[in-house]
Write a new protein. Structure first.
Length: 117
């Protein structure tokens, strides 16, 4: 399979293609910490990281590697496919959430409500 380059979220894309080709993965918890990474230390860095992940997920969703239609007939189980679909669809959920959060404020400020009287 090889490592997939040119994507913000190349780790998800590489894992997805490996699972589509029949590879299996396991969750490894060593007794002694083997790998240590670095996490964002302030809110600005954290928001930047989440934005990059969201853009990478949208990139995968709009590419030919979208889990909705890529890899059928391969080694991907339905639960794995559902997990990858969830990982690429979650940024799109912010659109209705934004409308849901701003609609009450707009109704209160304008005095017009969406429900009939």
């Amino acid at each position: 399979v090889g490592w997939i380059y040119g994507s913000v979220t190349e780790d998800i894309l590489t894992g997805f293609k490996m699972h589509c080709h029949g590879w299996r993965s396991i969750y490894c918890i060593p007794s002694r910490p083997a790998f240590k990474g670095s996490a964002p230390i302030n809110l600005s860095d954290r928001l930047h990281q989440v934005l990059r992940w969201a853009l990478g997920s949208v990139e995968i969703f709009l590419s030919r590697h979208c889990p909705l239609w890529y890899g059928y007939g391969g080694g991907l189980k339905w639960l794995e496919r559902l997990s990858y679909i969830n990982a690429t669809v979650y940024p799109w959920t912010s659109i209705p959430l934004l409308a849901y959060c701003t609609l009450p404020a707009v109704c209160l400020l304008t005095g017009k409500f969406i429900t009939p009287e």
